[in-house]
Write a protein that binds this ligand. Structure first.
Ligand code: ADP
Ligand code: MG
Length: 238
């Protein structure tokens, strides 16, 4: 069974169509990257999967279940945003535990989830710090830690590295991939950076103006681009 499916999904803002019939199937454990130029509809697609945006037509399924109409918290997903959205007045540990605290989880249960997540992300020695005391890369790790402790069926990332400097961005690509190799959680990752897509994805979905131009493994797209748009987009420097 596919972990995530988009079936003929459409979205208009007012009379303006921005997603024009999208079909994507994502297998369990796959790391899939949605890539395409700014404004092509990547974030809208991800936000619809997260339940942050209604869909105008079609169906989205997570683990075989149609999620159209389900609120974000009713979906088995965790989203990592570009701007991290950490709570400034909470420690790293409390930031990571926040979703569990909201659910009323016991302290022992919270520790049982936060500690291994912190360990995986190299945050153990920073658990008592506040976000303002952290570097950009460390904040990014806390944002990922928050997603990990929820142990969701699907991770969603929207341009998680675009606020980082070039050197850190390259290091974080490798960290996110390592994390995926370790946890094997199905991941949908949005970027406009084709280098990021080519180096990180199991499967790339190339989008352009609200449609999917091609879906394939990085080498497939490189060797056999379906059309001129894919060829020039994949082939152009970042
Ligand atoms: P991307 O993430 O690929 O840069 P978006 O999904 O953010 O693209 O946007 C796709 C299109 O939808 C753009 O033309 C954008 O202006 C439009 N759009 C996105 N969100 C809204 C909104 N809330 N209201 C109106 N138009 C929107
Ligand atoms: Mg976007």
């Amino acid at each position: 069974m596919a972990s995530v499916e988009f079936a003929n999904v459409r979205k208009s803002f007012g009379t303006h169509p921005v997603i024009k019939g999208v079909d994507i199937e994502i297998a369990d454990g796959e790391f899939v990257i949605l890539v395409g130029p700014s404004g092509c509809g990547k974030s809208t697609l991800l936000r619809m999967l997260a339940g942050l945006e209604n869909i105008s037509a079609g169906e989205i399924r997570i683990g075989g279940q149609v999620v159209n109409g389900l609120a974000p918290k009713e979906r088995d997903i965790a989203m990592v945003f570009q701007n991290y959205a950490l709570y400034p007045h909470m420690t790293v540990a409390d930031n990571m535990a926040f979703s569990l605290t909201l659910k009323g989880a016991a302290k022992a249960e919270i520790d049982k989830r936060v500690k291994p997540a912190a360990e995986i992300l190299g945050l153990t020695h920073l658990l008592d710090r506040f976000p303002r005391q952290l570097s950009g890369g460390q904040r990014q790790r806390v944002a990922m830690g928050r997603a990990i402790v929820r142990d969701p069926q699907v991770f969603l990332f929207d341009e998680p590295l675009s606020n980082l400097d070039a050197k850190l961005r390259v290091a974080m690509r490798a960290e996110i991939k390592e994390l995926h190799q370790r946890l094997k959680t199905t991941t949908v990752y949005v970027t406009h950076d084709q280098i990021e897509a080519m180096t990180m994805a199991d499967k790339i979905v190339v989008m352009h103006d609200g449609i999917v131009e091609q879906i394939g493994a990085p080498l497939e797209l490189y060797d056999q681009p379906a059309n001129l748009f894919v060829a020039s987009f994949i082939g152009s420097p970042a």
